[in-house]
Design a protein around this ligand. Structure first.
Ligand SMILES: O=C(O)[C@@H](CO)OP(=O)(O)O
Length: 206
């Protein structure tokens, strides 16, 4: 057995609440989102987990979630590496549009394909496959070595950048991962074997 990887999707954002496509836009957390992030920290603490290093994206909703978690753990000064490789999938021309308005304009089915197909990108944006093509190499090069050294690593990121990671860690197909929803503020705890395969996965729900 080697180390532990804790994945957390940021708490609800102002734009999740307003039902807007967000992608690389940078809204803050909603009041509920702040609470969810603190709760994620409390659950990590209750499980006796103590990160040695943290990673987050270049977007404030993930960074603030990371800050809340570290504060709950009493680890405010822990080294945190920010990188846009962990950003949400780029929603391109849909960014900032209301999801219901988009359905009225382009139809339910087309919008569903843009949101949840594996390899069809929204206009001017990234598919989940494109997102994985930047998230996975970053994980392999920069995050995984810490886990394999036996460290506990916290990653606060986004619905689709985490889907891209979970797909490979859980060995899911493109079809399976797009049906998998990652809840805001619910930590996913992976213990890795020394050969980097997954020894166990625990979802820290309620
Ligand atoms: O708007 C977004 O960037 C994402 C995540 O909130 O939405 P979706 O549920 O379509 O992946």
């Amino acid at each position: 057995m080697s180390g532990t990887l804790i994945l957390v999707r940021h708490g609800q954002s102002e734009w999740n609440l307003k039902n807007l496509f967000t992608g690389w836009r940078d809204p803050g957390l909603s009041q509920k989102g702040h609470e969810e992030a603190k709760e994620a920290g409390r659950r990590i603490k209750a499980h006796g987990l103590k990160p040695d290093i943290a990673f987050t994206s270049a977007l404030s909703r993930a960074q603030v979630t990371n800050d809340h978690i570290l504060k709950e753990l009493g680890l405010e000064t822990l080294e945190t590496i920010r990188d846009q490789a962990l950003n949400e999938r780029d929603y391109g021309d849909l960014s900032g549009l209301n999801k219901d308005d988009a359905r009225k304009k382009w139809g339910e089915e087309q919008v569903h394909v843009w949101r949840r197909s594996y390899d069809v990108p929204p206009p001017g944006g990234e598919s989940l496959k494109d997102t994985g093509a930047r998230v996975w190499p970053y994980y392999m090069r920069t995050i995984q070595p810490h886990v394999l050294r036996g460290e506990t690593v916290l990653v606060s990121a986004h619905g689709n950048s985490l889907r891209a990671l979970v797909m490979v860690l859980d060995g899911l197909t493109g079809e399976e991962i797009v049906k998998t929803e990652i809840a805001t503020g619910v930590p996913l705890v992976y213990r890795l074997n020394a050969d980097s395969t997954v020894a166990s996965k625990e979802i820290l729900e309620g």
